[in-house]
Design a protein around this ligand. Structure first.
Ligand code: PEP
Ligand code: MG
Length: 942
């Protein structure tokens, strides 16, 4: 990225003419190794086409596109001509030439920085600068504006005190990406006026932007200002003056949102009419098209603003503001116009002008988000979701879905903040809690899905939490009403939970909010609007577990949430219910109008608003074909999976619940390839004793009827905690006391579990594996405990293996292969550790692709090592059921694939269609790829 820094400045240059100045500039570029001397012609040709004079004594000479072959390296130099150089016939004199050698359109960024100097009328400082630093300072290139946006202002908060206001403000800042999610500093508010106090967070770690968030309740307002080092201090001081003003205090007390926004210099633009267009100009919105656009809008009555993609709006009438957008070809310009003015009626005309190139000839653009070619898209709403094209989100649950959007926005509960009689309020609250508990008990009893029942059982337990009720009681004693005290308590607990570093625990804040809302709606008597009858796509900021659990999969075609990670409870339940789902799609999805058609692919991670008829037809065809394939596959699910050239692959089930074994066998499982015993433990309210464990495992053996059972001993830690086994908080739980490390620290736990397994097996086909083995001595230590147990409870057929999920074990597979009976490759963790990408990360987990060649190399190495020693290899991570991965895993020689029961029939059907020798060749090719994407493309060519 190009930037304006002091070391790219050359002071005291002289030239008698523009031609001589261009030569001087080119010599500097050549001397600095940026271009060859041939670039001079490009600089001259560009000036001949039109002068690069920008204003305020600044020019930005750069070569024509043809001259880019003379550029060796992209760069920029700021050359100061203290005597000035006449640049054009109009007599404009240049003191600063910003000469650019850019292989593409990076110079637009430079323009963006320079426009601040143009706005601030800094010509004199630029002309008189004597040092590089003074010049950069004069350009204002290092000052960053302060973000003032209505998205960061809440004027109707129900917060009861300044601490609550602070938590809400911090949440707002996090949600808007101003601060990182780990940021929750201590605060000491300063009173600025009788209604406004402020917390200024300066230059702290975790601040991404300088911004103002303000949360106002009926009584008071708290402003939280984040300030980077580079913040525009003048703007900051002006903002503080406003915050101290009596007029703002008055507006807050009168709950006058319009005036509050106006005083803060924020326009409430959310309801302005809008229209969007993709910029098709080859070199972006550079000076010529920007001039044409400003000329078109300048004389229109009423405000017209424009933003690039989801960025800040600037006036479309100002040339310098337009240039400051730095818009490049393919980006979307969204225009908004002041309602009820001439501007609003001119939007179509402006869109047409931009679409036609603003005086330049334009060709169609390939959108950034999609493979499709389109030059123009329309907008569905005022904040800019392009219709008809793919938008990315995090894939949470596989499958295609199409339906009308059903948007659930937060319910606003109305209730008095204060009450006179605390006892009466407490009674009301207890009545509401009892009613919610009764509802929950019905849901738990009738839940078809055990995961749903487990989550609501946890909610029941939360409602019994005495500490929480104590907190509410305090609020009631202070004069709050029952709903106000309850809301305050829940918000406080949820904020503290959400601030936890552990992603999975942080996501549990939603469970608190969920019960919070249930009780609140009982107290206040307000409920959500009923969903439509026809299959719909549910869109919500974040799904509470009860939203999903109350869903009827036959009427909910798909789910999209604005926030959230793939490991949230909602995502887990959506997967269990088989509803295609996307999470983390961004706030703009909440602006989609109800009923608008939405298409989503929960596996590939994209959605389309207002898909074309062809897209819908294709989706329906794929869904129908898939249903038919599943029907056919289910008929032969119990047949073995043998390739066309006679190679058999075992297909087994992953289980987390002993009661599901029979269903897995009925679905075609040839055994259990992974019993996650920590999940079995989670169904108990305390550590199950040996007898209880024996009963659990015996249930699995019975249902398997002689088929093999691969059991993983407890894998606790990381993202999995047992409520009754408290563990110290860790900075990096995935790299901490997890899996075998914890078991070796608590050998009695391991010994009891091994005993229970062997006793329950009664000599049947049992295969035990240890999780998270990284070093061979860990395996030896665990095996020694097993050997002790075997002395008392012998088992002739027992196989002992390890999960291959820590990179060191995969690299040392040749050593482990001599010691173990089998490997089961846990691709979920192996991928997270090899690529160093947190598997539950809400943003980057999508890049943790198990088909990355690095993972395939390790699988190849492990299979080769194991087979050399006559041992077998399974894969039990999510990759085992990924249709792109199956041919490669089979080709690499993996002997067993273990997956959720739902995927077994289809995977077996797929293997039966494959030729093993062809898969072997394909796998060898995949090992040579550079990226996961290339591997996926390779498989698609099959
Ligand atoms: C894995 O890591 O791939 C695996 C199967 O284990 P878990 O997902 O339970 O960590
Ligand atoms: Mg694992």
């Amino acid at each position: 990225m190009l930037s304006l820094t002091a070391d790219s400045v050359r002071m005291q240059a002289t030239a008698r003419s523009k031609q001589e100045a261009l030569s001087v500039l080119c010599e500097i570029l050549v001397a600095d190794g940026l271009t060859t001397p041939g670039y001079l012609q490009g600089l001259k040709d560009r000036e001949n086409q039109s002068s690069t004079y920008l204003g305020q004594g600044i020019a930005i000479p750069h070569g024509t596109p043809d001259s880019r072959s003379s550029i060796k390296k992209t760069g920029v130099r700021l050359v100061h001509f203290s005597d000035g150089v006449q640049w054009n016939d109009a007599g404009d004199v240049v003191y600063l030439a910003v000469v650019i050698a850019a292989q593409s359109d990076e110079h637009l960024q430079i323009l963006q920085s320079l426009t601040r100097a143009l706005n601030d009328d800094m010509a004199i400082q630029i002309q008189q600068a004597t040092t590089a630093e003074a010049l950069i300072e004069a350009l204002g290139a290092t000052k960053k504006p302060l973000r003032l946006s209505d998205a960061l202002i809440i004027t109707d908060s129900l917060a009861s005190d300044v601490d609550e206001l602070y938590l809400q403000a911090v949440q707002l800042l996090k949600k808007q990406g101003v601060i990182s999610s780990l940021f929750l500093p201590k605060h000491t508010p300063t009173q600025l006026s009788d209604a406004v106090s402020a917390v200024i967070l300066e230059e702290q770690q975790g601040i991404h932007q300088s911004a103002l968030a303000m949360v106002a309740s009926a009584k008071q307002a708290l402003a939280v200002i984040t300030a980077e080092k580079s913040v525009d201090r003048a703007a900051l001081s002006q903002l503080l003056d406003t915050l101290m003003s009596q007029s703002l205090a008055d507006a807050i007390r009168q709950k006058d949102t319009q005036s509050i926004l106006q005083l803060l210099g924020i326009q409430n633009q959310a309801n302005w009419p809008s229209a969007s267009v993709v910029l098709a100009n080859d070199h972006g919105l550079h000076a010529r098209p920007a001039t044409a656009l400003a000329a078109l809008t300048k004389h229109i009555d009423g405000e017209i603003k424009v933003a690039v993609d989801a960025g800040e709006y600037v006036s479309a009438k100002s040339l310098t503001r337009l240039l400051s957008l730095g818009a490049i070809k393919g980006q979307t310009l969204t225009f908004i116009a002041e309602p009820d003015t001439q501007a609003a009626s001119k939007l179509d005309e402006i869109i047409d002008a931009v679409r036609s190139g603003l005086g330049e000839s334009v060709s169609p653009v390939v959108s950034h988000d999609t493979d499709q070619t389109s030059d123009v898209s329309t907008i569905n709403n005022s904040i800019g979701i392009k219709t008809g094209v793919q938008h990315k989100a995090i894939n949470a649950s596989q499958g295609l879905a199409v339906g009308g959007a059903h948007i659930i926005k937060p319910v606003r509960y109305h209730y008095p903040m204060t009450a006179q009689f605390p006892e009466a309020e407490m009674a009301k609250l207890q009545e509401a809690i009892a009613a919610v508990k009764a509802d929950l008990q019905v849901v738990i009893k009738t839940a078809k899905n055990p995961q749903i029942a487990e989550i609501f059982a946890a909610h029941l337990a939360l409602l019994d939490d005495d500490e929480m009720l104590m907190g509410v009681k305090e609020g009631l004693q202070e004069g709050l009403s029952a709903p106000a005290a309850w809301h305050a308590m829940i918000e406080e607990l949820a904020s503290a939970q959400a601030a936890l570093a552990n992603q999975l625990l942080a996501e549990r804040a939603q469970d608190l909010k969920d019960i919070g809302q249930k009780v609140l709606s009982k107290l206040v008597g307000e409920t959500q609007a009923a969903p439509p009858d026809a299959p719909y796509v549910l869109i919500k900021e974040d799904l509470l577990p009860s939203d999903v659990a109350n869903l009827d999969p036959t009427s909910v075609a798909g789910i999209i949430t604005a926030v959230g990670g793939a490991s949230s409870h909602s995502a887990i339940i959506a997967r269990a219910l088989g509803i295609p789902a996307l999470v983390g799609a961004g706030q703009s999805v909440l602006e989609i109008h109800g009923g608008t058609s939405v298409l989503l692919d929960g596996g590939a991670g994209w959605f389309v608003v207002e898909p074309s008829d062809e897209m819908i037809a294709e989706c329906r065809e794929i869904q129908a074909a898939r249903r038919e394939m599943m029907r056919k596959a289910a008929l032969v699910a119990k047949e073995p999976a043998i390739t066309t050239d006679g190679h058999r692959v075992e297909v087994a089930a992953n289980l987390g619940n002993v009661a599901d074994t029979a269903n897995a066998v009925a679905s075609g499982a040839e055994g259990v390839g992974l019993l996650r015993t920590e999940l079995v433990f989670m169904s108990h309210t305390q550590i199950p004793d040996i007898k209880t464990q024996v009963a659990d495992y015996a249930q699995v053996f019975e249902a398997l009827d002689g088929k093999p059972l691969v059991v993983r001993v407890l894998d606790i830690g990381g993202d999995k905690a047992l409520p009754y086994l408290p563990m110290a908080a860790e900075e990096n739980p995935f790299l901490g006391l997890r899996g075998i490390r914890l078991l070796l620290a608590k050998p009695e736990l391991l010994r009891a579990q091994l005993t229970a397994l062997i006793v329950a097996s009664e000599g049947r086909d049992l295969r035990i594996m240890f999780p998270m083995i990284g070093r061979i001595e860990e395996f030896f230590a665990a095996k020694a405990i097993l050997d002790e147990v075997l002395v008392q409870y012998p088992h002739d057929q027992l196989q002992v293996g390890i999960m291959l999920e820590v990179p060191s074990a995969a690299v040392m597979a040749h050593q482990f292969a001599k010691e173990v009976d089998f490997f089961s490759i846990g691709t979920n963790d192996l991928t997270q550790y090899v690529l160093a990408i947190d598997r539950g990360h809400p943003v980057i987990s999508k890049d943790a692709d198990g088909l990355h060649p690095s993972i395939l190399q390790l699988i190849h190495q492990a299979v080769t090592a194991a087979h050399r020693e006559g041992k077998w290899v399974g894969v039990c991570g999510e990759l085992a059921a990924d249709p792109d991965a199956v041919p490669l895993l089979v080709g690499l020689g993996v002997d067993e694939l273990s997956m959720s029961a739902k995927s077994i029939a289809m995977t077996k059907a797929m293997i039966r269609e494959m030729q093993h020798s062809q898969m072997q060749a394909l796998a060898m090719q995949a090992l040579e790829c550079q990226t996961a994407e290339q591997v996926r493309q390779l498989v698609k060519q099959l």
